[in-house]
Design a protein around this ligand. Structure first.
Ligand SMILES: Cc1ncc(COP(=O)(O)O)c(C=O)c1O
Length: 340
């Protein structure tokens, strides 16, 4: 397996992203609360956590001679939109397979669908047709594999990125992100809190804490935004360990190293919750900073509950990793929920 120095990294965003204390909210909550601003990764206004992964994933795509990149997500996927941005910046053609978990507004292109179209990404909608999300993922992948074969027969070279960019190479981006954070903050935080979907970010964060955390290792608290079976924890641990191997480390991550919490996604993915809406309003009204209803709002709501119930003790140093997703504020109303 390649070591870190062999991994090709393309510059896509603006790193290090800022980290700063939320003074008013910290006073209100009785903790020292910091925000790691991956909503500002760039290269345009709608950055997010995937840019960190894509610097390494598309580095690998270029190293393999790809001219086309295929990826997957929901119709309002931030990962798909960010992949289209990154592909364009590097001269690659983006093809997106988008699952209609929330059916797109037929009257107007909203949120990330609008951005995908401005970016000229080729979109294939994958209808749910009674499939579970896992079945739809499998079906979308089968369509993409067929497309790849057809394009390669015509002389192209296609690089496929699985949903969320959840691969060891993608997670390396977040492990390196932890190193970036720890160089910015002293003392090191007691907790890093974030919203988790595919687990690629969580894997990178936990791997990064193990590798770079030294004697005071922050605990990573990962608030799920959709239901996950127990097998997900072991898979995420495998992903983290594989990322560590790419970084030249022999350390191993197990499921016990993660702290996932499935109590904050409400009815499911892309379904708004009252606590996320309240969290979005709270941060907006105390600090003037925006969260999104699908990921960061739910993650922040989980963190607030941990603080209110003492699971995060008063006086703790806490970093909430803002992973972006703001374009969802302009998505279909059933996804946005009641924000005011
Ligand atoms: C805004 C935002 N936050 C968090 C996540 C979760 O990241 P991961 O899929 O790596 O768990 C995503 C994934 O799409 C996202 O778009």
């Amino acid at each position: 397996m390649a070591a870190y120095n062999d991994l090709r990294r393309e510059q896509l965003g603006f790193f290090p992203t800022p980290v700063h204390k939320l003074e008013r909210l910290s006073t209100q909550l009785g903790v020292n609360l910091f925000l790691k601003r991956d909503d500002l990764t760039g290269p345009n206004l709608f950055g997010g956590n995937k840019i960190r992964k894509l610097e390494f994933l598309l580095g690998d795509a270029l190293a393999q001679g790809a001219d086309t990149v295929i990826t997957f997500g929901a119709t309002q996927s931030n990962h798909a939109m960010e992949t289209a941005v990154a592909a364009r910046k590097l001269g690659l053609t983006p093809l997106l397979y988008l699952e209609t978990i929330t059916p797109p507004d037929q009257t107007i292109d909203r949120g990330n669908i609008l951005l995908d179209k401005i970016l000229g990404a080729e979109i294939t909608y994958v209808s749910m047709d009674g499939r579970t999300e896992a079945e739809a993922d499998e079906y979308a992948m089968s369509l993409a594999v067929q497309k790849k074969a057809a394009l390669e027969a015509a002389g192209h070279k296609v690089y496929i990125i699985p949903v969320g960019g959840a691969t060891p190479i993608g997670s390396v981006g977040f492990a390196v992100g932890v190193q970036e954070l720890l160089a910015q903050l002293a003392p090191a935080p007691d907790y890093i809190v974030h919203g988790t979907g595919t687990g690629g970010t969580a894997a990178g964060l936990v791997a990064g804490v193990k590798l770079y955390g030294g004697t005071h290792q922050p605990q990573v608290l990962s608030m799920n935004v959709s239901p996950k079976p127990m097998a997900h924890y072991a898979q995420t641990a495998k992903l983290a360990t594989a990322a560590l191997r790419l970084l030249g480390s022999e350390l191993t991550v197990t499921a016990a190293d993660f702290h996932f919490d499935q109590n904050y996604f409400g009815e499911g993915y892309e379904q708004p919750t009252a606590s996320a809406s309240a969290a979005i309003r709270l941060l907006a009204e105390t600090e003037g900073i925006l969260l999104d209803p699908v990921y960061t709002g739910k993650g922040f709501a989980g963190m607030l509950d941990y603080i209110h119930t003492g699971k995060i003790a008063p006086g703790s140093n806490v970093v909430f990793w803002h992973t972006g997703g703001i374009s969802a504020l302009f998505a279909e109303s059933e996804m946005v929920g009641q924000l005011y």
